[in-house]
Design a protein around this ligand. Structure first.
Ligand code: HEC
Ligand code: HEC
Length: 333
């Protein structure tokens, strides 16, 4: 509701009718829109977080025994040293060729509504089975995986302590532990958070000018809203390529090449960008939004048509985007 009214006001600001000075100060609204939630990340009722599961999940995330030939783990592609991405345009398939899409970072999943660029997985637990079983990602076979893990007596004891299910090591407990760990990956507090919470000195003048563009003229907040900077919805932003995206997923609109709005936290570390990795830098992303997108019938109405940014505005927007990332590569334990 708050967001909706903010967007309505924003639309008025963008349309530039009366002079901006006549508009009420929107900062109280933005403070609510971008406030970080307090407390621990939320967990679903069927997978309440426990230290034992998180610790198991963290180890499984790095465990190559989950892959068919024992060479790959989740961390092979979601490398913590690269903010849980792989630095490639598209993931690397076992066959040596590129996968269909870019490997996303794994920050703030606990608040996510659906997973994958096209939202085809409805829970983090369900998602984790796909890469394990996918013949070109990890090519794992469950009976083999269970056999290997059971042979590790220390691990078997830990599963028994973490789960009441018997047998303790089975696909569902493995996926549950992985998901419980993944929900602990929360992007660190940045200077932006301190600024939005009221510390006026936390951002520079240029960064604040960038925020004004982001929430005003450039219209970015129409989709990248909320403290994670995503509306959790799907939009066609006019990228080239023939990936049907959400259009072929149940619940999507057939023919609409829409993808999930990615959050913008820690993006400094996660180039290249977009579902296809087609934008090598954030400069290239700005080129896209200012005149670089394909205009077609499905293009989201939230995309600002005819956006132009002069050199100073581009630089302000880029500095602002940088302020959404940690100053040094975050290293979750
Ligand atoms: C071969 C590289 C590779 C491996 C291995 C891999 N992933 Fe991924 N992961 C990807 C790619 C590529 C996508 C995006 C695919 C898409 O959207 O269609 C993705 C997407 C995801 C997402 C969705 C994130 C979001 O924001 O929607 C999660 C969660 C995830 N992976 C977790 C895992 C886990 C857990 C494992 C290990 C069990 C794993 N991945 C193994 C490449 C990989
Ligand atoms: C109509 C909704 C919408 C608007 C408006 C919008 N974005 Fe996006 N943004 C998206 C979607 C959807 C994607 C992913 C598109 C894809 O990969 O197919 C995206 C991707 C991105 C990415 C890449 C992130 C990554 O991890 O790959 C960045 C950076 C970004 N947007 C910044 C911006 C900025 C800056 C603006 C304002 C100039 C903006 N966006 C306006 C919806 C939007």
């Amino acid at each position: 509701m708050i967001l909706r009214s903010a967007i309505v006001v924003m639309a008025l600001v963008i349309s530039n009718l009366p002079a901006p000075a006549q508009f009420p100060d929107l900062m109280p609204v933005w403070r609510q829109v971008f406030a970080r939630p307090a407390g621990r990340p939320p967990s679903p009722a069927n997978n309440p977080s426990t230290d034992a599961k998180v610790s198991l999940g963290r180890d499984l995330f790095h465990d190559t025994r989950l892959s068919g030939d024992g060479t790959r783990s989740c961390a092979t592609c979601h490398d913590p040293a690269r903010s849980f991405t792989d630095g490639r345009a598209r993931g690397a398939g076992l066959d040596g060729a590129a996968l269909q899409r870019n490997t996303p970072a794994l920050w703030n999943l606990a608040w996510g509504k659906s997973f994958y660029w096209d939202g085809r997985a409805s829970s983090i637990e369900a998602q984790a089975a796909f890469p394990i079983e996918h013949p070109n990602e990890m090519a794992g076979r469950w009976p083999e995986i269970i056999g290997r893990l059971k042979a590790d007596t220390t691990l078997d004891v830990r599963f028994h302590q973490a789960f009441t299910e018997r047998p303790a090591i089975q696909p569902v407990t493995i996926l549950t532990a992985l998901a419980d760990y993944e929900r602990t990956l929360v992007s660190p507090v940045t200077r932006f958070d301190r600024w939005i919470a009221g510390d006026q000195a936390a951002l520079t003048g240029a960064e604040i000018a960038g925020f004004r563009l982001f929430t005003g003229k450039a219209g970015c907040v129409g989709c990248h809203a909320g403290w994670r900077f995503t509306d959790d919805r799907f939009h066609d932003i006019g990228l080239e390529g023939d990936d049907p995206g959400r259009g072929v997923v149940p619940g999507g609109v057939a023919g609409l090449r829409a993808f999930k709005t990615p959050g913008l936290r820690e993006i400094r570390w996660t180039a290249p960008y977009m579902h296809d990795g087609s934008k090598a830098t954030l400069e290239a992303v700005l080129d896209h939004y200012s005149g670089g997108f394909v205009s077609r019938p499905g293009l989201s109405t939230n995309m600002v048509r005819g956006l132009t940014l002069d050199a100073e505005e581009r630089s302000a927007l880029l500095t602002f985007l940088a302020a959404l990332s940690s100053e040094a590569l975050p290293k979750p334990d």
